[in-house]
Design a protein around this ligand. Sequence first.
Ligand code: SAH
Ligand code: SF4
Length: 363
Amino acid sequence: MDGLTTDTPAMDKLDLRDLSFEELERFVGDELGEKPYRARQLFRWLYRRNARAFAEMTDLKEELRERLEARCTIEPLPIAAVHRSADGTEKLQLALKDGGAVEAVLIPGDDRLTLCVSSQVGCAMGCAFCYTGSLKLSRNLTCAEIVDQYRQALHHLGGKAERISNVVLMGMGEPLANFDAVAKAVNLLMDDRGYDLSGRRVTVSTCGIAPRLKDLAEQTDASLAVSLNATTDTTRSLLMPINRKHPLAELMRALEAFPLARRKRILFEYVLLAGVNDTDEDARRLVKLARRISCKVNLIPYNPHGASDFARPSDERILAFQKILLDAGVTAFIRQSRGQDIYGACGMLGRGARRPDSTARIS
Ligand code: SAH
Ligand code: SF4
């Protein structure tokens, strides 16, 4: 007797999306007494066919489905609201069991649709320019809650996996401060028995927890983005408290040691703040840092949000900064700010609804 009945509250049930494939295989064999191929079937239903209930898994015998139902859960995080921006960006607000909410953002580009996923509720890193940082950390997300953002975004898009071209862990939170859940979730998304996303299509962004980069490289094939945001320790420590613990020299050494597949480059994110980190000297120092590794640079003009009083540089300054990088042979893009009107842009997550005409539904 396992003591679990169909009345077991969902919170006490084992969430199958918290298990790696190997853990699922062990559970199916040891706990359910089923053959290993059942684990592959379950995995495929979860991470290829995006099943939302055991009842959908029609090639599992009914008796097994009932046992799964009694002991396990795959219940999706309810979509509490969808906020749609004038530029096509959509922010999904997903309700968490403990009453909080987490946000995932779908960002359309010319030939791509990027899903920006959160890893924590709030963030403990306290970067001076970031709205999420001003919220402080409420808690880590579980692996299931991270993976479900992708599953629910797919569902929202009518189940068409090919529509999401890239997944970036650039939403709320610092992924490397919730390392185990993030690494497991990334590996679930990339597993070729499931959604089979390639390492080029999944990017983990960090504020620079240098010692964790090695773990990320060893345990996943995800691409790496680093929020650099400044070129001297003085400025970086003012903007990003993590720099006091892991200064630029240590971060750069860790990046130089980060193994890259051929053609795969590290992405440097650089928030441009007027009068703080946007001078010609900053750009020239950025060139020097960028030349040390195989990378490209994303310049992100500051998105204003009320919890900090930085300013976006003028368009002229932004272009002049980019030109210094380009002239020195450094690939540099200016990231269009998408979804600002729904608080869906970089560093603005955590505020929920903004627009009166946003649609809300429970799914
Ligand atoms: N914690 C991780 C993942 C979040 S990504 C990290 O910091 O990398 C969020 C990105 O948005 C980071 O590159 C951050 O530097 C940037 N950002 C934060 N606040 C911003 C703001 N107000 N305007 C523009 N970019 C911002
Ligand atoms: Fe956290 Fe990233 Fe925001 Fe810094 S920029 S507070 S690390 S979410």
